[in-house]
Design a binder for this molecule. Structure first.
Ligand SMILES: Nc1ncnc2c1ncn2[C@@H]1O[C@H](COP(=O)(O)OP(=O)(O)O)[C@@H](O)[C@H]1O
Ligand SMILES: [Mg+2]
Length: 286
């Protein structure tokens, strides 16, 4: 095992004194393939360009692919950290616009539930690296597996991605229901992806919002939309973020706007050691 701050130490800048708290944002969805990883990658790039120090955690364990999406070739991944052979500081790699990425790896079967020991390893390891970032973006798998709810509960802000497909709405509703009922989450930002118009986005959002309001007594926050854009899959094929490869495309412009909105979210009102603090809140429900 390497020393905690050995060769990768130089990759991450030291924590800024003026911003001791890390904003933790988890991007999730009920259904797979709705655009989470692309949102995380492009939002990360947008926030970095807006001057934020961004760390991305690929928490789609066993099926992680943000490294592939960004054309990165990691030597070590979270699989090495969870097996205890490496530290998180060993696996950080630099991506576009200077974002830092903690890749998940995809060599193991999908890991839907971390053991207590793995949770402990991740908690203490994240504490060491995440406080150096202003924003920690977590990309999860889809659905209601323990890992998804774990990483959602660990965040200050949860962004649920939906698309106009009815199954994306029913699955998002199921996820929100579990997070409300079993994890006491009450605040959800909803981003509508792959829409043909603003009207389609607000109509899609309303369908989910009405159901959540009526049956869960929770009101959702509309975060905006990303248009269905042929340039996005073209950028994916080239293993680049669309904001980098096609900056004038409709999707790229929407991501830049989204990053501006999120960069203006209020600073977290938490003491230092934000990540540890958040994870300590994860008290199992009876
Ligand atoms: N706004 C969009 N316009 C066009 N295609 C999109 C858009 N967002 C996502 N896609 C397509 O959906 C695929 C899956 O996206 P991805 O971010 O990997 O989803 P997830 O992480 O939710 O599984 C992308 O490779 C791309 O082809
Ligand atoms: Mg993904």
């Amino acid at each position: 095992m390497k020393d905690r701050f050995s060769e990768q130490e130089a990759v991450m800048p030291p924590a800024a004194q003026e911003s001791p708290c890390t904003k933790v944002i988890t991007v999730t969805s009920g259904k797979g393939g709705v655009g989470k990883t692309n949102v995380v990658a492009n939002l990360g790039v947008g926030l970095a360009r807006a001057g934020k120090r961004v760390l991305v955690l690929d928490a789609d364990l066993g099926l992680g692919n943000i490294d592939v999406l960004l054309g990165l070739v990691p030597r070590y991944t979270l699989e090495h950290v969870l097996s205890g052979s490496h530290h998180l500081s060993d696996i950080i790699i630099e991506g576009p616009a200077g974002i830092h990425v903690l890749p998940a790896g995809s060599g193991l079967p999908r890991l839907t539930s971390l053991t207590d020991l793995q949770q402990l390893i991740l908690q203490s390891e994240l504490e060491n690296v995440a406080d150096r970032a202003e924003v920690l973006l977590i990309d999860t798998g889809a659905g209601v597996s323990p890992n998804v709810t774990y990483f959602a509960s660990a965040a200050q802000e949860i962004i649920v991605i939906i698309s106009p497909e009815p199954t994306s709405l029913t699955d998002a509703y199921a996820l929100i229901k579990v997070l409300c009922r079993d994890h006491r989450e009450r605040r959800f930002h909803v981003l509508v992806n792959m829409v043909k118009s603003q009207r389609e986005a607000t109509q899609t959002f309303r369908k989910l919002d009405v159901a959540a309001e009526r049956f869960l007594n929770v009101s959702l926050e509309y975060l905006g939309f990303i248009p269905l854009d042929d340039y996005l899959p073209m950028a994916v094929v080239e293993q680049k973020a669309v904001t980098e490869r096609f900056p004038c495309s409709p999707a790229a412009r929407a991501f830049v706007q989204l990053a501006k909105t999120i960069a203006e979210w209020p600073e977290p009102q938490l003491p230092k050691s934000t990540v540890q603090f958040l994870w300590q809140q994860l008290i199992p429900m009876p």
